[in-house]
Design a protein around this ligand. Structure first.
Ligand code: NAP
Length: 498
């Protein structure tokens, strides 16, 4: 049974007001509404903790990250149970996501122990250099200070309380204040309890981690505006993310806001592949489009195909999607946004229904639409994300028109090319355009399923992310919470611990 309280620097703190959780099954619980005062207490404790944690050794932080992973595993059943109730996601998904979450923590532990992330450089002193001697110069990456993390609705574990942003920030040496997502406060509370247990076991300053539950918008706004917060990690809507990004930029001391906002993840079917494997690609697309009710940031929402090669692909997609039943969406708000997005696409000039259906409020069934490249190019709203199992086929007259569609895209997390040997030349001309649009380009696959690895980039030009130089998945994501410092003629004895 959850306490319903905030975890602020090792203490469970209640508030004056409560909100009720809205689980799809099981009992609703009351949770304390977060306030700016809770945020202030958490951030001040984080700053106090930075003076020790920010100067801890990599080994100490690696032990801490592995202990958090152990404590999450120790609460596995509890986390899966409440996670399924709150999100409506199936048990296997919660179990898989827990595996990914502890895997990320352990990966970061190994990564910091290797030390490459410090990007350590040394220009040795040249006292005899003429006309001027060179001083001894050392550079390495240092943690930025307290970091704010907004838990994502669609990944209650892997992108939430102890998710990728938190793991990267703690690995870097930054204390974290999480603004819990109101869609899964109970899941957040148990994971926070696991982090707190690890803090106690490792003898770390309790201000290193706090969880302030949601409730009202003033929690998020206070958090990003607090002068002691030095960077923000966010996954969510374009509107919410943009509002918080603007607040970060308007601060007297602007700070980086690493927001992962929206992406339609287009797929381009090149002629030989579409001719030879159109039906197979259509079936694969239907699976990727409807996985997790289409509530993945990497859901491929648009398929661009040439007019003469579209038939087999489209009919196989239609057939496969018609077999997919209703799936539960994460929240009423997300279900409502899905319906609004569906209406926006359906009402576009030149948009044709290929599959429509209806179901009750919190459920979603797939929709498939088709339009021509000319109509798509004339209506930018058709290029915006619809979060849920909706696909749009864009039919181009020829490769030139396919390129025009590619050039007109906004920034994307991913772009996919379906190609066979006969498509090499067509793919070669498409690649430079896609490379300017996306953080990850795939051939012959589907972008859902993001590997947590050294080489992963989960980011891209705006609005895929607010910072195209960064990734929110993989070991490179630690760089978001570090800044380079140059030490000139500083004796080794007083350099920070590494
Ligand atoms: P959201 O509405 O952007 O909320 C995300 C977090 O930011 C929540 O904690 C929310 O607080 C906070 N927030 C949002 N706007 C704010 C503002 N103006 N001021 C202060 N705090 C603010 O996203 P969501 O609830 O997760 O999902 C809604 C939509 O986001 C979906 O329909 C989908 O379009 C999109 N989404 C995209 C991705 C992706 O990966 N690209 C992932 C998830 C969701 P409250 O809880 O208090 O509202």
């Amino acid at each position: 049974m959850p306490t319903g309280n905030h975890l602020i620097a090792g203490t469970w703190v209640a508030g004056d007001e409560t909100f009720k959780s809205d689980p799809i099954q099981g009992t609703s619980h009351a949770y304390s509404v977060g306030t700016p005062a809770h945020v202030d207490a958490a951030v001040e404790a984080a700053e106090a903790a930075f003076w020790s944690f920010g100067f801890s050794t990599r080994k100490q932080r690696a032990v801490f990250l592995n202990t958090i992973a152990d404590e999450i595993e120790a609460r596995a059943e509890e986390i899966t149970k409440i996670g399924c109730q709150e999100s409506g996601l199936p048990e296997a998904r919660l179990q898989g996501e827990r595996g990914r979450t502890v895997g990320q923590l352990r990966l970061f532990a190994d990564h910091i122990l290797q030390g490459n992330y410090l990007d350590a450089r040394h220009d040795k002193a040249l006292p005899d250099r003429a006309p001027l001697p060179r001083p001894d110069l050392k550079l390495f990456q240092r943690p930025v200070g307290p970091v704010a993390v907004f838990g994502a609705s669609n990944f209650p574990l892997a992108f939430s309380t102890a998710g990728g942003d938190t793991a990267a920030a703690l690995a870097a040496g930054c204390p974290v204040v999480v603004k819990g997502h109101s869609a899964h406060p109970g899941t957040g509370e148990i994971v926070a309890e696991a982090i707190d247990a690890a803090i106690v076991k490792c003898g770390i300053h309790p201000g290193v981690f706090s969880l302030v539950q949601g409730g009202k918008r003033d929690v998020g706004t206070r958090l990003v505006q607090h002068t002691l917060i030095k960077a923000v990690g966010f996954t969510g809507s374009l509107a919410g993310g943009r509002a918080l990004f603007d607040l970060c930029a308007q601060r007297p001391e602007p700070i980086p806001f690493f927001g992962e906002l929206g992406s339609v993840n287009p797929m381009f079917l090149l002629p030989a592949a579409a001719r030879a494997r159109g039906a197979e690609i259509g079936c694969g697309w239907a699976g990727s489009l409807t996985m997790g009710a289409g509530q993945f940031c990497t859901k491929p929402g648009i398929a661009v195909v040439l007019k003469n090669q579209a038939a087999a692909f489209v009919s196989a997609t239609q057939e496969a999607l018609s077999q997919v039943g209703a799936q539960t969406m994460l929240t009423d708000g997300i279900a409502q946004a899905y319906r609004a997005g569906q209406t926006r696409i359906a009402s576009g000039a030149g948009v044709q229904d290929l599959l429509t259906s209806s179901c009750d409020q919190r459920n979603a069934t797939p929709y498939l639409y088709q339009t021509t490249a000319s109509d798509w190019l004339g209506n930018p709203a058709l290029g915006e994300e619809v979060f849920g199992p909706l696909g749009l086929v864009v039919v181009a007259d020829d490769l030139d028109q396919m390129h025009q569609v590619a050039r007109a895209l906004q920034g994307q997390l991913t772009c996919t090319i379906h190609m066979d040997d006969g498509d090499i030349e067509a793919a070669r001309t498409l690649m430079p355009i896609l490379e300017r649009k996306a953080g990850r380009i795939l051939a012959n696959g589907f972008p859902t399923g993001v590997e947590v690895a050294d080489t992963m980039v989960h980011g891209g030009p705006y609005p895929a992310s607010t910072n195209f130089g960064a990734t929110s998945v993989g070991t490179l994501s630690i760089r978001r919470f570090l800044r380079p410092v140059c030490y000139q003629n500083i004796p080794n004895e007083i350099l920070p611990a590494n």
